[in-house]
Design a protein around this ligand. Structure first.
Ligand code: UDX
Length: 452
């Protein structure tokens, strides 16, 4: 089987690499010539564990090819995936110009039956627009070539995308003909053999499923962050509450970790796009609006803790930061809480020293020379007045606390990801602040508990 994947960004590359890994002939297309030239040499423009090796392996086997020519790629591909970007418009809705351009090009160049599958996250109803765009081009050419459209949203987590693709929780396909369904069932055969389900449905429901899934996950996080803030006020420990509610199977223990707000290329964009879709359909998505508002607020919570600690004045203070990417295992800083926190610290007059295992070069695009960058997590601490942890990279979890304590001017840690134990921090002599635990009240209550 031969397939074409248009758009060699994050989703397109992971999809192309994984399909070629199971023996399918894949042509990846992109308009960016420099990117394609690099990919032909095995130079991968994004950081995703395991991806570069998989691309090189399949390039060498000849099952994976890169080209800038969609017309060439289409010549012998029965299936075309659209995985180009859908950047948010000023009003928050997804900009479909790239998706529809690919649809047009498919109509322009296809010569035989083609199944055009939308993989990019697109608003509900986009596949109809894709279909119309293809149809219009065929009409212009005055030819009658059979084709189908389908929706096949992705559920890839950055940092775990290869695993998510190879062992999916489920594959969602919205299709409108038996032929399209059969083609996609056979394409995904290798991925469904071990009981990973493939769910077929109508196209609108498939498109909606992607948004509903991300909206639900974002809701869990914002709900937990809201609870965390209340826990702090009433003196409860959100870590205990999380375990307490997570053991109820109906709630589940995943995606209920409080923190400094969700970021990344999906949740913020998809939540806004779904609110927008609802508005366009005269429906008020109240819950999701609150999810968004809570998330905006949560990105400033750690900053306020730092300001309070220094009595409202950060002038002349030096703050060390560990972690800048929106989550571990990626250098992606899109919508990362660090963007807001670091900028607020700088605006307040603080000197900021940062360390991240992989996101430093990305960070330089955002912060330029307003902050200083370090290649070693301990070096960033020298003469800093406190440490703030913004990403839960594994290497931050068990640092040498003696060194941390010695290097910092003030032994104060602001942990935006709750990676340390309150008692351990107290024992190590730190002033410790995290999310959803008023460390002072909490210690007092628990001392009473251990005495009684
Ligand atoms: C997400 C979805 O998980 C994936 O299915 C979809 O296809 C794309 O969007 P991703 O953006 O890679 O994937 O990140 P994810 O691991 O889901 O984390 C998103 C954000 O939520 C991160 O900022 C993370 O720190 C935050 N998060 C996650 C929490 O704050 N608490 C949690 O319990 C889980």
């Amino acid at each position: 089987m031969k397939i074409t994947i248009v758009g060699s960004g994050y989703v397109g590359l992971v999809t192309g690499a994984c399909f070629s890994e199971v023996g399918i002939n894949v042509q990846c297309v992109d308009v960016n010539e420099a990117k394609i030239e690099n990919l032909k040499k095995g130079i991968v423009p994004i950081y995703e564990p395991g991806l570069d090796k998989m691309i090189v392996r399949n390039l060498e086997k000849g099952r994976l090819q890169f080209t800038t020519s969609l017309s060439e790629a289409l010549k012998d591909s029965e299936i075309v995936f659209i995985s180009v970007g859908t950047p948010p418009d000023e009003d928050g809705s997804a900009d479909l110009k790239y998706v529809l351009q690919v649809a047009k090009d498919c109509g322009k160049y296809m010569n035989d039956y083609t199944l055009v599958v939308t993989k990019s996250t697109v608003p509900v109803g986009t596949s109809i627009k894709v279909k119309n765009a293809i149809q219009d081009e065929l009409q212009k050419r005055n030819v009658k070539i059979p084709f189908d459209v389908a929706s096949n949203p992705e559920f890839l987590k950055e940092g775990a995308a290869i695993d998510d693709f190879l062992k999916p929780d489920r594959i969602i396909v919205g299709a409108e003909s038996a032929r399209a369904e059969a083609l996609l069932r056979s394409l995904y055969k290798s991925f469904t053999l071990n009981g990973h389900p493939i769910l077929f449905m109508d196209i609108l429901s498939a498109e909606m499923t992607k948004y509903a899934a991300n909206a639900m996950l974002a809701t869990k996080i914002s709900f937990m962050n809201d609870m965390a803030n209340l826990c702090e006020i009433v003196g409860a420990d959100v870590n205990e509450v999380r375990k307490g509610i997570g053991s109820d199977g109906r709630i589940g223990n995943k995606f209920i970790y409080p923190g400094i707000g969700y970021g990344g290329s999906c949740f913020p964009k998809d939540v806004q796009a779904l609110i927008r879709t609802a508005q366009e359909n005269n429906y008020n998505l109240q819950v999701l609006k609150a999810v968004e508002a809570v998330n905006q607020n949560q990105k400033t919570v750690l900053y306020h803790k730092i300001v309070n600690y220094f009595n409202g004045n950060l002038q002349g203070k030096t703050i060390a930061i560990w972690g800048l990417s929106f989550k571990p295992q990626t250098d992606d800083m899109r919508e990362a809480p660090s963007l807001i926190i670091v900028n607020k610290l700088v605006e307040a007059g603080a000197k900021v020293k940062v360390y991240d295992p992989v996101a430093i070069s990305e960070a330089k695009h955002h912060f330029g020379d307003t902050i200083t960058y370090y290649n070693d997590q301990y070096e960033a601490l020298i003469e800093a007045d406190c440490l703030a942890i913004l990403t839960e990279w594994p290497e931050f979890k068990i640092p040498n606390f003696n060194i941390v304590n010695k290097l910092l001017n003030t032994a104060a840690i602001f942990d935006g990801r709750n990676i340390y134990d309150t008692y351990e921090m107290k024992k190590q002599g730190f002033d410790y602040f995290c999310i959803g635990v008023n460390t002072l009240t909490h210690m007092k209550n628990n001392l009473l508990r251990s005495v009684s």
